[in-house]
Design a protein around this ligand. Structure first.
Ligand code: GLN
Length: 285
């Protein structure tokens, strides 16, 4: 019997979960956070079932209470566990960067369709944050020359640490969009901020960096700037792919057309939302 198992104030795994659910946590969040405080991998949810009568230590119980309180205050689970899987890559994340969303894998899949398997193309990721997109592309296209930029030195530190941990040779540059970027690319991708300043969802996202989320009154200021600046940095026939909000595909297509892009089209994410739009820089402009 462990020193705590007779202590009636310390919960079992089953009791800790029950308590978290009663407080209003989503079941998946309650499970992932409990695995985290118990030092287990967050995909080991079956472990919780086979250990439902294991008693938490005082330290684990306190840590779990703290995590649950923060989660109920809308802190992303990834900030509490310190990690998030994106496109199969384990990324370290914290409040310096946007919590990578599965929606963004749509942009990665589209980009991969445009990049030959062993091509040495130059690829640019604008506003890389945790490095999610750039690292996913580099992991799938080892010969590509991937450059990732961000205006936030905090974000670049997170992305660089991820590149190092994953041993992926992505290059990094501090730049406000393309201001410091030189040369041309076969592909430019970005998940820029695109939420309207007054969007009703902003309070729920209050723990994430605001500069990674909102972009002017209509949410499109940064997308307009990127579309304008990207033209001088695309090879003839090169593509610009942008993530955007569920109701912005038409507007982003109009921005791309107005900037002179051809073959403009949009893609749906797994939830069926029109999540990305892109255009090709004309081969004979
Ligand atoms: N997809 C995120 C959200 O709506 C926002 C990400 C972004 O602005 N790039 O919660």
């Amino acid at each position: 019997m462990s020193e705590h198992s007779s202590d009636a104030t310390l919960p079992t795994v089953a009791q800790a979960l029950q308590h978290a659910l009663a407080q209003g946590l989503a079941r998946i969040d309650a499970q992932v956070l409990l695995l985290h405080v118990m030092g287990r991998a967050t995909h080991e949810r079956a472990w919780l079932l086979t250990h439902d009568d294991q008693v938490l230590t005082a330290q684990q119980a306190q840590h779990y209470t703290n995590c649950c309180t923060q989660r109920l205050d809308a802190v992303p689970v990834a900030y509490l566990t310190g990690c998030k899987e994106f496109f199969g890559l384990p990324l370290r994340v914290d409040a310096r960067v946007l919590d990578p969303r599965p929606d963004t894998e749509t942009l990665v899949e589209w980009a991969l369709e445009l990049l030959p398997a062993d091509g040495r193309e130059r690829v640019l990721d604008l506003g890389t944050g945790s490095g999610a997109i750039a690292l996913a592309l580099q992991s799938q296209r080892p010969q590509a020359q991937v450059l990732a930029v961000d205006a936030s030195s905090d974000a670049l530190a997170v992305a660089q640490a991820n590149a190092q941990a994953l041993q992926l040779p992505v290059q990094f540059l501090a730049s406000n969009w393309l201001e410091q970027v030189t040369g041309t690319f076969a592909l430019i991708v970005s998940n820029p901020p695109y939420i309207r300043e007054d969007d009703a969802h902003m309070p729920a996202l209050r723990h994430e960096p605001r500069q990674a989320l909102t972009s002017g009154a209509d949410g499109l200021d940064d997308i307009r700037a990127i579309a304008r600046q990207a033209r001088a940095h695309l090879l003839p026939g090169g593509w610009l792919l942008l993530e955007h909000g569920w109701d912005q595909a038409q507007d982003v297509q109009a921005i791309l057309h107005a900037a002179g892009f051809a073959s403009v089209c949009s893609r749906q994410d797994l939830a069926g939302q029109w999540r990305c739009s892109g255009g090709q820089w004309p081969a004979c402009a």
